[in-house]
Design a protein around this ligand. Structure first.
Ligand code: MF3
Ligand code: CO
Ligand code: CO
Length: 288
């Protein structure tokens, strides 16, 4: 069921909605078709940054707990159970659950899935890669992070893609400095990725995050200059989340309206952190 005769992923069966204890505070969009338009700021003071750091730590810890269970034979739905239970046990809400109709508590994006894969009865196999993207909401703020894991042992080509995608995020983070335009981030990522001839996905981006899951601020992962000229300022909070592929950057959406796959079915990897801008650069808020 998880793959067709060409080894390409196909949609599996999605389990019933998981329970969130009533005392866990929901984001405003839960139970609605989508979020209200965000009218707040992308710039936060120390107290709010502290709250985002707490949500970010829960998201990071949840990813680590899920990651420790990744092995051949496990389903992405079982990973969702582990992530969901960790998030709610820590007094937070899994931000993706009920976000614009997304049905699960994390995104699990396998192999050619670029992003937004839905956990289902897909069984992970040796040599697969799987991205686990978790956002936790607590004390009125979201922290958003993801990592790509290798199941068992992958080919050198795929292992290199995963490690270089991690490195491209680090390069993007190092490019952050007050007074620069946000497009410097994508320039750093793309110039690194181009060395290896990787595809650099353009149509899914980093974003302002905090009181809103997606604030409206966009952080491109390619060199978009002179577009995306927003000045980076101290206290700004956003994600960087590059998606690199072994092939092209064109994509298709599955009939579930969420799962984004490479059109050429090439393998895609992603890493994401939430960060706050400081005088010295960026402080990552999604650390264990
Ligand atoms: N966490 C994803 C991001 O990095 C967003 C997931 S939205 C969902 O922005 F609805 F697909 F879960
Ligand atoms: Co994000
Ligand atoms: Co995310």
């Amino acid at each position: 069921m998880p793959k067709d005769s060409n080894g390409h992923l196909v949609a599996g069966r999605v389990s019933p909605t998981r329970f969130v204890p009533r005392q866990i505070v929901r984001p405003e969009y839960v139970g609605k078709p989508g979020p209200s338009r965000f009218t707040g700021s992308d710039i936060y003071g120390a107290e709010a940054v502290g709250r985002i750091r707490e949500s970010g730590r829960i998201a990071a810890d949840a990813i680590a707990v899920v990651g420790a269970s990744i092995r051949a034979g496990i389903t992405t739905d079982s990973l969702d159970v582990i992530g969901h239970d960790y998030i709610v046990a820590n007094g937070s809400y899994p931000s993706t659950l009920g976000y614009r109709g997304f049905p699960k508590s994390l995104c699990s994006s396998v192999n050619e899935v670029i992003c937004h894969g839905i956990p289902d009865d897909t069984v992970l196999e040796d040599g697969d890669i799987v991205n686990i993207d978790i956002t936790a909401y607590k004390n009125g703020v979201h922290g958003d992070s993801n990592q790509t894991f290798i199941v068992g042992e992958a080919t050198p080509q795929v292992t290199d893609l995963v490690e270089r995608t991690r490195e491209s995020l680090n390069r993007g983070i190092k490019a952050v400095a007050p007074g620069r335009e946000v497009n410097v981030i994508g320039r750093a990522i793309e110039s690194y990725a181009r060395r290896f001839d990787y595809g650099v996905v353009r149509d899914f981006t980093g974003h302002g995050v905090g009181e809103a899951f997606h604030s409206g601020l966009i952080i491109p992962h390619y060199d978009a200059a002179p577009a995306y000229s927003t000045e980076i300022v101290v206290g700004m909070v956003f994600t960087i989340e590059p998606m690199l592929t072994l092939g092209g950057i064109e994509w298709e959406m599955w009939a579930d309206d969420w799962t984004v796959v490479t059109k050429d079915r090439s393998i895609s990897a992603q890493f994401e952190h939430t960060m706050v801008v400081t005088e010295r650069g960026a402080e990552v808020l999604t650390l264990p």
